[in-house]
Design a protein around this ligand. Structure first.
Ligand SMILES: O=C(O)[C@H]1NCC[C@@H]1O
Length: 406
């Protein structure tokens, strides 16, 4: 009897321990099933994910000020961050005046979008603005790691698609839709392929391009006297065969190519005075393009690497650089009108084509209209925010040689 009672009590104890463990286990499993997210209304993990997804689309995290929304694209690997919202009104009665305005009053937004943590050293951006030209479909300001460019071919190729896809121009009627883009250097005409409801490759006719000076000798720190050509394709570039530095644009270390090109840029900036017939705003050296030296006409591709702004490396063959290089080749009698050449990026191997299509003038310079063609792709959309107590929110660049830049 005594044993029966004791044994019953013991059995009851075991039952209650078993029951408690079971309850705990069931609660734990239910929590797991709910995703343990705090979204009590969703019963299953998939429902919770869907709920979070919907909320992510509509709800921003804690922040102060306006969000900055963008569409990210790339052309031959070179990024283009197209800014959709977040900028205040850009004042100025011309695209060039607007470029001066953003440099003086809104540069913190360039740094926020181009620099880390939202961008990176080699990020590139486009801000769509109104144009004073009646024939322009849109105006654009270009931005990079140092400031604001006057021309950007890879961006024009991407913006051509963007303008059609985002209905900045009327519905495409034919296999090619024209988009007139007013860049700081002038009106650039882009032609966007359109078929089966999708936009595709883009060709553009740039502003008059000309050889500014050939066989100019400058003294380059670390390399001695170097002979360069200087040409304009909406922006000024110095051109040098990479062999001069014992380098190969497709095989050498990018660091070595950047160092040589940057040294040339510094030398030309300090030793050669540039001028442009239509505006002083255009009269500056944007960068140096190292080439493989294959400038005689050939159906084979010719490679180059463009180092522009503050030692920024173009992943694409550089639309404005191709324009300037074609003008230089034409000036030297190495190519004829309508002879198409293929230009390959030494950085990624991506390709553009380029040809001179018409002779023209730019002030006293004999110039050519150059057509460049390439293809851009979409890579994403983002909504960026800033928190007032984040002291890195305005952007910074990590300097590999030490320190950082804000
Ligand atoms: O394609 C271009 O013309 C541009 N790419 C980056 C540097 C140049 O602005």
């Amino acid at each position: 009897m005594e044993c029966f009672v004791l044994c019953s009590i013991q059995t009851a104890r075991w039952h209650s321990v078993f029951l408690s463990i079971s309850l705990l286990l069931i609660t734990y499993l239910m929590t797991l099933q709910r995703g343990n997210t705090g979204h009590g209304e969703c019963e299953r993990t998939e429902d919770c994910r869907a709920t979070i997804g919907t909320e992510m689309e509509t709800q921003l995290p804690p922040h102060e000020g306006d969000e900055l929304s963008v569409v990210d694209m790339h052309t031959g690997g070179e990024p283009l961050r197209v800014i959709l919202s977040g900028y205040p009104e850009v004042k100025g009665d011309s695209v060039l005046a607007k470029r001066r305005y953003v440099r003086e009053h809104l540069d913190h937004l360039r740094r926020a979008l181009m620099y880390e943590p939202r961008g990176h050293y080699d990020m590139y951006g486009a801000l769509i603005v109104d144009s004073e030209l009646p024939e322009a479909d849109l105006g654009v300001l270009f931005m990079h790691n140092e400031g604001y460019s006057t021309m950007c071919g890879h961006a024009v190729i991407a913006l051509g698609r963007f303008a059609v896809d985002y209905k900045l121009v009327k519905e495409p009627q034919s296999l090619e839709t024209q988009v007139n883009i007013h860049c700081p250097c002038g009106l650039v005409k882009a032609f966007v392929e359109y078929s089966g409801g999708r936009t595709g490759g883009v060709r553009f006719l740039s502003v008059p391009a000309f050889a500014f000076a050939t066989d100019v000798t400058v003294t380059v720190e670390g390399f001695g006297d170097v002979t360069v050509d200087i040409s304009y394709g909406g922006a000024f570039y110095a051109f040098v065969n990479a062999q001069r530095f014992g380098l190969d644009v497709t095989k050498s270390r990018t660091r070595d190519l950047v160092d040589a090109a940057t040294a040339v840029t510094n030398a030309v900036k300090s030793q050669v005075k540039l001028h442009h017939p239509t505006s002083d705003d255009l009269a500056f050296l944007y960068g140096t393009i190292l080439t493989d030296g294959n400038d005689d006409y050939s159906t084979d591709p010719t490679a180059n690497v463009c180092v522009f702004a503050e030692a920024q490396v173009d992943r694409s063959p550089t639309g404005s650089g191709v324009t300037a290089r074609v003008a230089l080749q034409y000036h030297k009698g190495l190519i004829q009108l309508n002879q198409t050449r293929t230009f390959q990026s030494g950085a990624t191997g991506s390709r553009f084509t380029g040809k001179a299509v018409e002779e023209t003038k730019c002030g006293d310079f004999k110039a050519v209209v150059v057509e460049v063609a390439g293809r851009a792709f979409y890579s994403g959309v983002s909504r960026f925010v800033q928190e007032a107590d984040d002291n890195l929110t305005h952007g910074f660049l990590l300097n590999l040689d030490g320190g950082h830049k804000f």
